[in-house]
Design a protein around this ligand. Structure first.
Ligand code: HEM
Ligand code: HEM
Length: 186
């Protein structure tokens, strides 16, 4: 094989590999991903705001935080069920990138809201809108609410760190791919 043909092969192999740096996702998976991402950013912002502003918050940010947080649990459950029940066959040939980071993200997406939910169940503050209440997931008055809500806060800030790593790696994958997609320089 000539040197030129060999280089051509190398380039197309590399291009093939980096083309799959990010797996192709189906439409529903993308909708779930971006919906959850936006809601999680909102939850961290609203959580910090409600702690800092307390009673002087401009609206009932506390009820909104509880309601959207519980909705995230349902959304992530649906996303996970969709993933397990309808696996994407086109992934089989590919290397699953960053599997552990994604497991950690999924674990935190359940753990963070459930700790908050357990905290308010123990404390006895499950009320949301129109006279409805979230179901209790922890016995009321068990005496663990402080610890549960403190763990909720630590886990939420831990999640922020993992999300920052995740975004950094996604951007890195994207930049590496576009470098290969760009025309050869020499
Ligand atoms: C709060 C924010 C976010 C959360 C909780 C989150 C969560 C996740 C999770 C759980 C996965 C794995 C999906 C699966 O394979 O089942 C994932 C994949 C992915 N996320 Fe995010 N994400 C967030 C923000 C972002 C942002 C801002 C970007 C873009 C800069 C991004 C880019 C990606 C990409 C490209 C993948 C696919 C990676 C691959 O399959 O190789 N994510 N994300
Ligand atoms: C992904 C979902 C969630 C995220 C990212 C999140 C994030 C946060 C953050 C960052 C704080 C502020 C912590 C601090 O500054 O000390 C907070 C506080 C709080 N969250 Fe969440 N939260 C989520 C879900 C929930 C849910 C589902 C509930 C209850 C149903 C809840 C109830 C609370 C409560 C009661 C506080 C105040 C704790 C205190 O006063 O010590 N959160 N949350």
């Amino acid at each position: 094989m000539s040197i030129a043909t060999e280089r051509l092969h190398e380039t197309s192999d590399a291009q093939h590999a980096v083309h799959h740096a990010v797996r192709p996702y189906r439409f529903a998976a993308k909708v779930f991903h971006w919906l959850v991402a936006i809601l999680v950013i909102f939850m961290i912002t609203s959580g910090v705001m409600m702690k800092q502003l307390g009673e002087s918050a401009p609206f009932d940010i506390y009820t909104l935080h509880k309601t959207i947080g519980a909705a995230i649990v349902l959304l992530v459950l649906c996303r996970f069920a969709y993933r397990v029940l309808f696996p994407d066959r086109s992934w089989n040939a590919e290397r699953y990138r960053r599997p552990y980071l994604h497991y950690v993200l999924y674990a935190l997406l359940f753990l963070v809201p459930l700790l908050g939910w357990a905290g308010i169940s123990d404390f006895g503050a499950r009320e949301i809108y129109f006279g409805y209440s979230l179901p209790a997931i922890w016995p009321r008055g068990a005496g663990w609410s402080d610890l549960l809500l403190e763990s909720h806060a630590y886990a939420a800030f831990g999640m922020l760190v993992v999300v920052a790593l995740h975004i950094g790696m996604a951007v890195q994958d994207h930049l590496t791919r576009s470098r290969w997609d760009a025309p050869e320089e020499d």
